[in-house]
Design a binder for this molecule. Structure first.
Ligand SMILES: [Zn+2]
Length: 214
């Protein structure tokens, strides 16, 4: 304590002041959420390198939940293939379907998922949501309350409160990506959005999600 100058007492043994809580905020690393590949994955371009698609000043600053930690200073980088103009981010790929139309697909192997305008989570967090829901039969509301009380509201430096929609979005996105990966298909972005916003989906008690109209 004295060697590190962390003692609340001076050399004469007199009390000076209480030791303040040490914050690692200023020395924590800055996380960059990047595309998985550094080169274009289209057969015609391979291995054409990706260039940064946005100006430095336009790079979005987001909050990242990595495991159980909340990292407030993270940045999302988008790559672009200058040859075919396909855009790559950490969780999706956007390519030119026709001259005036683009198509976005989710990457089944995404290691980070976007769940809000400025909020991302890593695959360990999303996997924990899946396991929590299946193992404890937890509803999105219950898991939201568990995470907020256990982690989100306890971090005095980066307080984060998730809501039910965040957990539902993670559950749907991670579930479909897992299934899609085993069946070797990719999921269009628009379909996933419609699916996660549908209010007609219900659980039938066996862990299988069914549409009641079917
Ligand atoms: Zn390309």
């Amino acid at each position: 304590m004295e060697l590190l100058n962390l003692s609340p007492y001076n050399t004469h043994g007199a009390f000076v002041e209480e030791i303040h809580t040490i914050s690692q905020t200023e020395i924590e690393p800055i996380h960059m959420i990047c595309p998985i590949s550094m080169s274009c994955t289209n057969i015609m371009c391979r291995p054409f390198h990706l260039a940064l698609a946005t100006c430095d000043r336009d790079i979005p600053k987001v909050k990242l939940i990595k495991h159980s930690s909340i990292l407030a200073r993270s940045y999302v980088l988008t790559g672009e293939c200058k040859q075919c103009h396909t855009l790559y981010s950490a969780d999706q790929k956007s390519y030119q379907e026709t001259e005036s139309k683009r198509k976005e697909i989710f990457l089944n192997s995404a290691r980070y998922l976007k769940i809000g305008t400025h909020l991302w989570v890593d695959c360990i967090f999303s996997n924990a949501v899946i396991n929590g829901v299946y193992s404890f039969y937890a509803s999105p509301n219950a898991y939201t309350q568990y995470w907020n009380n256990s982690f989100g509201l306890l971090d005095s430096f980066h307080t984060t409160k998730l809501n039910r929609k965040h957990i539902w979005q993670i559950f749907i996105q991670e579930s479909i990506c897992t299934i899609a990966e085993t069946q070797y298909f990719t999921m269009p972005h628009r379909f996933l959005q419609e699916f996660s916003h549908s209010s007609r989906i219900r659980w039938n008690g066996t862990g299988i999600c069914r549409n009641p109209q079917e």
